[in-house]
Design a protein around this ligand. Structure first.
Ligand SMILES: C[S@@+](CC[C@H](N)C(=O)[O-])C[C@H]1O[C@@H](n2cnc3c(N)ncnc32)[C@H](O)[C@@H]1O
Length: 415
């Protein structure tokens, strides 16, 4: 069997991003084998080439690169040229970006003149680009601006591994502009309500969808839809989204944001999300019973805070929020199909500034959810657990470095 080795470069939340990439691949038609996993990247062997639009479906990975060569010593300009040389020779001019991972940046710069010389000797003209900014890798804007994923241009990365050097060619790069637009150009934004980043919404959807028995278009509910970020990301990938919120104002906000999405992105009007004002503490229409494949949601996370909470303050908040959450859990259960999935972002409060130390929902709360008829699932698949250790309760954390309120992601299935 012909296999292809790919490296997925991971975003700011490596565990979450690696789990997402792994689960989406595991659900594809390709056979997947894990080769290497680390904080910055996940390397896999696939039984075919990666689907063309794969990266646009992943919120957590920022580049996919195909491994084109492995060397026992640091690759020379000649080694790189041989990899480049296989590309479209009909075009005289080419731009080559060179990134480095695990070796000093200046190493990349020194290869430039030699590469240009080799190109000249082959009757071609080569423009050479290296990383701008702090790291050794070109940023996404440089890759996009210089069209480095399109032949004859290339971005190559030299990656130092424990025992060798790899050279990988970038085949897909994150469309940073599309995410930026979907995050900040929407007509209604409100930082006070706590906006879910579109990338996180996309990851949450992927972690729910990967566990559903069927593939393809699904019916997905967000009963705390707020400004509609989950609805927007789900609609974009062809799912029938249903949104509800207790606040008329928020439902109107979702409506405007979704209308904006429709005019700026390609979405199907036929499956335009259905919206309604509803307090999830009240039972939802019986007509929806057993009609929902997945519920993906971020509920109210408590009032914004400006300083870390004491353990007692955090407990008091959790006690109050648990009343809302448990009544939501009770009303959501009948809506889910058999083996339906509930993926939720619940709050975690930072115990001390700049420390990775968190107040989290008590175990007694999770036990109550189980008693209602949900079964808590481990989010980190077994294959990845040695590199990305799972928490005892199977959850995954998502928090910006300075944020006082983080999110703890949980996945339940209908028991
Ligand atoms: C954290 S926001 C959700 C943010 C959303 N994911 C987004 O990115 O826009 C929580 C939402 O829950 C809604 N909410 C609070 N209590 C509710 C209830 N009992 N039933 C339904 N919605 C509720 C609020 O109006 C708010 O819009």
């Amino acid at each position: 069997m012909v296999t292809y080795d790919y490296i997925f470069f991971l975003g700011s939340h490596p565990t979450l991003s690696a789990v997402e990439a792994w689960e989406v691949l595991a659900r594809s038609e390709l056979q997947v084998r894990l080769l290497y996993a680390a904080e910055d990247r996940l390397e896999v062997s696939l039984s075919g080439v990666v689907p063309e639009d794969l990266l646009t479906r992943l919120g957590g990975s920022n580049r996919i690169a195909e491994v084109r060569g492995t060397f026992s010593q640091e690759p020379s300009a000649q080694d790189l040229w041989q990899i480049l040389d296989r590309t479209d020779m009909a075009q005289k001019k080419m731009t080559v970006g060179l990134s480095v991972v695990g070796i000093p940046r200046r190493q990349a710069a020194t290869l430039g003149p030699e590469l240009k010389k080799l190109a000249r000797e082959a009757g071609r003209s080569l423009r050479f680009v290296t990383a701008r900014g702090g790291g050794g890798q070109l940023n996404a804007a440089q890759v996009i601006f210089n069209t480095l994923t399109r032949a004859p241009n290339r971005e190559l990365s030299i990656i130092k591994t424990k025992e060798s050097y790899q050279v990988a060619q970038t085949v897909q790069i994150q469309d940073i502009q599309a995410y930026e637009l979907r995050d900040t150009a929407r007509p209604v934004r409100d930082v006070q309500v706590g906006m879910l980043p579109p990338k996180l919404a996309q990851m949450m959807l992927n972690l729910a969808l990967s566990r559903l028995p069927e593939t393809g278009s699904q019916v997905i509910l967000d009963p705390f839809c707020g400004m509609g970020t989950v609805l927007q990301e789900g609609w974009l990938w062809g799912h029938q989204m249903i949104g509800a919120d207790i606040s008329q104002k928020m439902v109107a906000a979702s409506q405007s944001n979704l209308a904006w999405l429709e005019s700026h992105f390609s979405v199907e009007a036929r499956i335009r999300p259905a919206l309604s004002v509803h307090d999830i503490q009240q039972a939802i229409d019986e007509k929806l019973d057993q009609s929902i494949d997945a519920i993906v949601t971020e509920p109210y996370l408590g009032e914004p805070i400006s300083s870390p909470l004491s353990p007692a303050e955090a407990d008091a908040r959790f006690t109050n929020l648990a009343i809302l959450y448990l009544s939501a859990f009770r009303n959501m259960l009948p809506l889910l199909k058999k083996s339906g999935i509930l993926l939720m972002a619940l709050p975690a409060y930072r115990a001390e500034r700049r420390r990775d130390d968190w107040h989290t929902l008590p175990q007694s709360f999770l036990d109550s959810v189980t008693d209602l008829g949900y079964s808590l699932e481990q989010l980190v698949p077994e294959e990845l657990q040695t590199v990305y250790p799972p928490t005892a309760r199977g959850s995954l954390k998502y928090a910006r470095p300075d944020a006082l309120v983080g999110r703890e992601l949980f996945r339940w299935s209908k028991a």
